[in-house]
Design a protein around this ligand. Structure first.
Ligand SMILES: Cc1cc2nc3c(=O)[nH]c(=O)nc-3n(C[C@H](O)[C@H](O)[C@H](O)COP(=O)(O)OP(=O)(O)OC[C@H]3O[C@@H](n4cnc5c(N)ncnc54)[C@H](O)[C@@H]3O)c2cc1C
Length: 384
């Protein structure tokens, strides 16, 4: 649903300008320094990326699902690190609070997340709880005096080394596993008992650190429980991820659009056998396959976003979006490396960086296999 076409057009144009004039010229620097430079962060603050999804009453732009998907497809036509740093707050960094937070939690945190004054992260995954998140072992013990004592370790948490606010999921029912009995807590950096690792070395996405979160007798008041209600944290994270699956699909379509643009330009520039490689029909076929798949992803994402905006149940569709768009992006990256030949494999053109950067999207926020299972489960459910 698009509420104000003119305002959206301006936002998309501002974002395009940021990508063209600020982000792309700094991509090699982001990789070399393994951080997004302050001036790039400032430029994203100016166009409001941090608060795109946060309601206007809390200082954000309050974009609908469809508007957000369109904005994300623009913002991600550059290295992945920019959107992680500049827009995690417009996704998993704030969504648990938007969905289920108390009025006080919303008033306290959303305005700071909307401006980027605070960086939010979502700490669910653990060593023994990945795809099966309900197996998490972090425990929050009710101390009987209006507080909880939290112990456990989270891993692979995006932005953990630099985040200010942690949505931490812990078991409050004393059981070993299961979704019920998991509670969600909002914990600020600086709270005694919460600490983080440095950046975990990884395949790509330089500038977008992931790391561990350590909770060692971390004492938090009961008011830190998201929504004030213990035991419903798993439902909260599922609601958050449900929305995020459309986001991540859009965030995977932007890089594919950029790679295709770069590939098209290269096929005209690069000459072999005395003519541009663009004249080879085998090259053209690869370009055409990329285009078809990008447009399929875009259509599926926007249709799903519109359905969500209309309040329809999109449980199956969001898995289809996440699965299709992330796999599509991987296929596009692979073809584009092929089109660039050796130039696609060596550093310098940014293509090998995209190839590494986008690989993670098929793993996080539900692996491709988990989404296929979810789609099948919903197919059977629809049979009644
Ligand atoms: C770059 C990056 C950033 C991340 N950021 C965050 C974050 O911000 N917050 C957070 O909480 N987590 C984060 N994660 C963790 C991520 O969500 C998990 O890695 C993911 O859920 C998969 O869990 P796992 O790594 O333990 O793999 P596993 O669950 O061990 O899966 C291993 C393999 O088994 C397959 N598999 C598992 N179960 C089944 C099944 N039932 N049927 C078929 N196949 C199955 C999987 O598909 C996969 O191929 C991040 C991960 C990465 C790599």
């Amino acid at each position: 649903m698009i509420r104000d076409q003119q305002a959206l057009d301006k936002l998309l144009e501002d974002t395009r300008r940021f990508v063209r004039e600020v982000a792309i010229p700094n991509e090699d620097r982001v990789e070399a320094e393994d951080r997004v430079p302050d001036e790039c962060v400032a430029a994203m603050r100016e166009i409001g990326t941090f608060g795109w999804s946060i309601p206007e009453e809390f200082g954000g732009k309050g974009l609908t699902s469809e508007e957000l998907a369109l904005a994300f497809m623009e913002l991600t036509q550059c290295s992945v690190a920019y959107r992680v740093v500049g827009a995690q707050n417009a996704g998993i960094g704030s969504e648990t609070i938007i969905r289920d937070g108390t009025d006080e939690q919303k008033r306290t945190y959303l305005p700071k997340l909307a401006t980027g004054e605070m960086l939010g992260c979502l700490a669910l995954t653990e060593e023994n709880a990945g795809s099966d998140a309900t197996a998490l072992e972090t425990v929050a013990e009710d101390t009987g005096d209006g507080h909880y004592l939290i112990n456990g370790t989270k891993r692979y948490i995006t932005l953990a080394p630099v985040a200010d606010l942690f949505a931490v999921f812990a078991r409050t029912d004393g059981r070993q596993r299961g979704g019920s009995g998991i509670s969600a807590f909002l914990i600020e950096r600086g709270t005694p008992g919460l600490s983080t690792s440095g950046s975990t070395p990884k395949m790509g996405q330089e500038g977008a650190p992931i790391g561990e979160v350590y909770l060692e007798d971390c004492r938090v008041p009961a008011s830190a429980v998201i929504g004030g209600q213990p035991g419903v944290g798993f439902a909260t994270v599922m609601k958050c991820l449900n929305k995020q699956r459309i986001n991540l699909a859009a965030l995977s379509t932007g890089p594919a659009i950029r790679m295709l643009d770069d590939a098209l330009a290269y096929t005209i520039e690069r000459q072999q056998f005395g003519r541009p490689i663009a004249e080879n029909q085998l090259i053209q076929a690869m370009l055409a396959e990329c285009k078809v798949e990008i447009e399929c992803a875009r259509a599926l994402i926007l249709e799903t976003a519109r359905k969500r905006d209309r309040g329809e149940d999109v449980t199956m569709e969001v898995s289809m979006c996440k699965y299709y768009a992330t796999e599509m992006c991987g296929r596009v990256a692979d073809r584009v490396v092929q089109i660039f030949g050796g130039q696609g494999y060596v550093k310098g053109r940014g293509i090998e960086r995209f190839y590494r950067d986008v690989r993670a999207t098929r793993i996080y926020e539900g692996t491709s296999q988990i989404h296929l299972l979810n789609i099948a489960k919903n197919l059977y459910r629809q049979m009644g």
